[in-house]
Ligand binder design. Structure first.
Ligand SMILES: [Zn+2]
Ligand SMILES: [Zn+2]
Length: 162
């Protein structure tokens, strides 16, 4: 739980603000695959009876594998989040003068992550036949080996290999 104490804001006039700033270590958010700390910066604002609104900027670096060549990629992500915490009724709730920013931060990182991560836009990927990383240079496989037009010829040459 990434609890932030907002007790000082309770009972303050509507629009009162409190700075929110903290860092979370990668070990505390193991399922996100972070490199280094995740940083949260922003503010909490009182809405009166409705509760407290937080506006946050979440910054993190993710460790991912390139979708083409599987190399490690360090991917910086930033996300702006806005969430209202309620004193009663609707979730998320303020409990014991604390708001739990864990789910909000978690969701922000997941949504900020691109669907497809590449180490470089022109990554050549792995050879589908031998698995060599083609960014490091060409492999010994020839294009002819994977040309489907040659399949009937191969069948003629090796009739038993069906
Ligand atoms: Zn790649
Ligand atoms: Zn190859």
């Amino acid at each position: 739980m990434l609890g932030v104490a907002v007790g000082d804001l309770r009972g303050q006039p509507v629009g009162s603000q409190q700075a929110v700033e903290f860092r979370v270590s990668a070990e505390d958010l193991p399922d996100l695959g972070l490199v280094g700390d995740l940083a949260v910066q922003g503010q909490a604002t009182t809405l009166g009876e409705d509760g407290i609104k937080v506006d946050l900027r979440v910054s993190a670096t993710l460790q991912r594998a390139c979708a083409r060549c599987l190399r490690d990629v360090q991917l910086p992500v930033e996300a702006d989040v806005e969430e209202t915490f309620h004193t009663s009724g609707e979730a998320p709730l303020i409990t014991m003068d604390t708001i739990d920013l864990g789910p909000v931060v978690h969701e922000a990182v997941v949504l900020a992550e691109p669907m497809r991560v590449l180490c470089a836009p022109d990554c050549r990927g792995l050879c589908p036949q031998c698995g060599k990383d083609l960014n490091e240079g060409p492999c010994g496989c020839t294009d002819d080996d994977q040309d489907p037009r040659l399949a009937p010829l191969a069948k003629l040459l090796h009739p038993r290999e069906e």
